[in-house]
Design a binder for this molecule. Structure first.
Ligand code: OMD
Ligand code: FE2
Length: 430
């Protein structure tokens, strides 16, 4: 359950204060701020980025972020960063869900990198991870200088306590935390697992709607931002940072979550995927999956995403004289998929909630044999795809599994056999 109050509107210039009058009026940086707070600006885009895409937030806090100890390296065996040096075979790949942790494990310790692309230092590509946790982070607070973090919870709700406020996020919803924002994650009740996209590239934005018009797909008003909330705790904390692929830890004498008020358009946000207004054909043929794009991180070339976050939500299928599941295809873009719940229409067996698949640039894929046989014979009545939620992270950069992902026993070595038995139906007759 989420009973918190949120601000609404994607990328709006939000403002919120946990104490009355804490936000300076009419300016950002007065000689003295209300309540003797420190003003601090966080820039998520270059100062001079075009106005439409410019993102920054002003925070009014008990102490500026620089009031902290020095960072020392912190070893993390499983959190990897692009580029890596692991040869990727062009085979289709699929994985079973990674098991939940057996011992007390917080969000940071339970994180495992599954695949990487691009180059974090060049702000290209992403890390794709699975998070698993059964404890909160205690006095550990984390920020990621390498990327924005898109959480796709698959099991269990979580609470994200961030510099800019608190968000509760359940499976079926997503959470995005901008690069650099400090936060800690706590399971709401019971162990949690989910997918995580560490977006090294440009911040996610809503895709253009083109001729669809002013409404539809993900509507701006459904994105929820937290209200200001702060801790005034003068006790030892640990600030963890990820920077250039390394994890670091530094002592802080107080809670780093000490922002009393903020104003700006760069802040964590959540979105309920059930609010996605699904567009699809009402005549014939299976459209490109770009119709299901929730968020896109553009590259420097228009239309060639650094990362598209695409969902396959519950919907009606009504296409006439059409092979309804995804077509067989080969794509220059690379496709990583996960399943939050239910069954995915191209793969009725083997792709299970919590599982993952990868079809890289030009790697052929499409419906498994049974799905093809069924769908090419099916009676084409309107059909409701119920209780299902798959997603795809699609990128122009080749997605390379980590050594762990290639070698883990959870990788389905026999994945390709799902296309065994695709026999030749051709017999020379039309
Ligand atoms: O490969 C997949 O299952 C994802 C996908 C779905 C779809 O409807 C069309 C193309 C596509 O790559
Ligand atoms: Fe595909």
């Amino acid at each position: 359950m989420d009973t918190l109050h949120y601000l609404t509107g994607f990328g709006n210039e939000h403002e919120t204060e946990a104490l009355p009058g804490a936000l300076p009026v009419g300016q950002f940086s007065p000689q003295q701020c209300p309540y003797q707070l420190y003003a601090e600006q966080l820039s998520s885009t270059a100062f001079t980025a075009p106005r439409a895409g410019n993102r920054r937030t002003w925070m009014y806090r008990l102490r500026p972020s620089v009031a902290m100890g020095e960072f020392a390296p912190l070893h993390h065996e499983m959190w990897k960063t692009a580029p890596q040096n692991v040869a990727t075979p062009p085979n289709p790949m699929r994985w079973d869900p990674l098991p939940l942790p057996e011992h007390p494990t917080d969000f940071i310790d339970g994180l495992i990198t599954v695949a990487l692309n691009g180059d974090a230092k060049a702000q290209l590509g992403m890390g794709i991870h699975v998070y698993r946790a059964n404890t909160d982070m205690g006095n550990r607070v984390f920020y990621n200088a390498d990327g924005e973090m898109l959480f796709i919870p698959q099991q269990g709700g979580l609470k994200a306590e961030t510099e800019l406020g608190i968000l509760v996020v359940n499976p079926g919803e997503i959470l995005v935390i901008p690069r650099g924002i400090k936060f800690r994650i706590a399971p709401l009740d019971g162990p949690i697992r989910g997918y995580l996209c560490e977006n090294y590239g440009a911040p996610f934005v809503l895709p253009e709607r083109g001729p669809v018009g002013a409404n539809g797909y993900a509507n701006d008003r459904d994105f929820q931002y937290p209200v200001a909330w702060f801790e005034d705790r003068d006790e030892p904390f640990e600030l963890l940072a990820k920077f250039c692929g390394g994890l670091f830890t530094a002592p802080v004498s107080h809670s780093p979550l000490d922002v009393v008020a903020w104003t700006g358009n760069s802040a964590p946000y959540k979105y309920d995927l059930a609010r996605f207004n699904v567009m699809n054909t009402v005549s014939f043929d299976h459209p490109d999956p770009s119709i299901f794009t929730v968020l896109t991180s553009p590259s420097d070339t228009e239309g060639w995403a650094n990362c598209d976050f695409v969902i396959f939500p519950p919907r009606w299928m009504v296409a006439e004289d059409t092979f309804r599941p995804p077509w067989y295809h080969r794509n220059i873009m690379s496709e990583f998929m996960g399943l939050v719940e239910g069954v995915y229409d191209a793969k009725e067996t083997g792709f299970v909630p919590g599982g993952m698949s990868l079809h890289n640039a030009m790697t052929p894929h499409g419906p498994e044999t049974e799905v093809f046989e069924k769908a090419s014979q099916a009676e084409l009545a309107p059909q409701r795809y119920e209780a299902t939620l798959a997603f795809m992270l699609e990128s122009r950069y080749v997605i390379e599994p980590t050594r762990f992902a290639l070698d883990t026993p959870h990788r389905q070595r026999d994945y390709q056999q799902c296309w065994n038995g695709l026999r030749k139906h051709f017999n020379g007759q039309r």
